[in-house]
Design a protein around this ligand. Sequence first.
Ligand SMILES: [Zn+2]
Ligand SMILES: [Zn+2]
Length: 338
Amino acid sequence: MAVVNTPGKIEFQERSITGPSHDQVLIKTKAVSICGSDLHTFKGKHPFAQLPAAPGHELSGEVIEVGDAIKRLKVGDRVALEPVITCGQCAFCQKGTYNLCTNISFHHREGQGAFTPFFVANENWLHNLPKNISFEEGALLEPLAVAVHAVRKSEIALGDTVAIFGVGAIGLMILVLSRLSGASDIITVDVQDFRLMTAREMGTSLALNNRGDKTVDEIIRSVDGLGVDVVFEAVGIQTTFGQSLQVLKKGGRAILVGLNPEPEVTLPSNIFVQKEISLSGSQGYCWDFQTALKLVETGSMDLSRFISHRVPFDSLQEGFEILTRPQNQAIKIVVVFD
Ligand SMILES: [Zn+2]
Ligand SMILES: [Zn+2]
């Protein structure tokens, strides 16, 4: 299993496989994509993960052994992992809003990172992959579920105008999903030209580089001077947080997707009263894998467009290094296992 003991260095650790117990299955890993949060861990800068840590949670694979209480899955099934661990007991779990579980955790936070040839998981959290979804696309269902959750929270309606701050993989997925949801103008903002170019290819109405100081004006001007109905903040810094609120139309809705490494930001509090805007966070996913899977299966969402690089498992170090250099123009890097 790949672990990070010191910042910037992937090490491989021999571990014995424990399981599967009666309600678990053993998976032969096929593809794992690298998440922005894995990169934070790699750099030793993740707000919630102290080193040493085992990164990786976007996994697909093949079932090779099942516990004795397993009913649905069988050996040979192709699956994608929903990497949460929930308690099933708290009020939120009981209500079905398991992303808010008071004891929520993830496999990688419990020591089982996904960059490993064999993975043990509970049957409940494994989604069968239809034949027309590859293992590589299966790994990307996790970030897609994050984007699905955020777009659902935004309640985009037909004809709504949208702005997206930050078009990394999640921001780009939000762009495509906003279009699918019936948004009209979709404005994207980033500081990397390559990402803006990709956003153009994926159907943005206007792509703006945020290096200048005219971003807010340009967005508002482009939508009849009123501001946008919905804004997604997928960066997680003070500047874009503030801009997100400024570009909102009266009565508009802001959805925060990016986690901020700083514990606090300042915000113009009166704007909430004056403009009757609302602000909501979006945490992970909750019954969104099923939707993500359907969108891919039916061809509404082509996940292969998000894969910019592939590296074999033993070159994981290189995979992370590719992500640290913007000139590599990476969107999603998929680690493939043979
Ligand atoms: Zn992820
Ligand atoms: Zn719970």
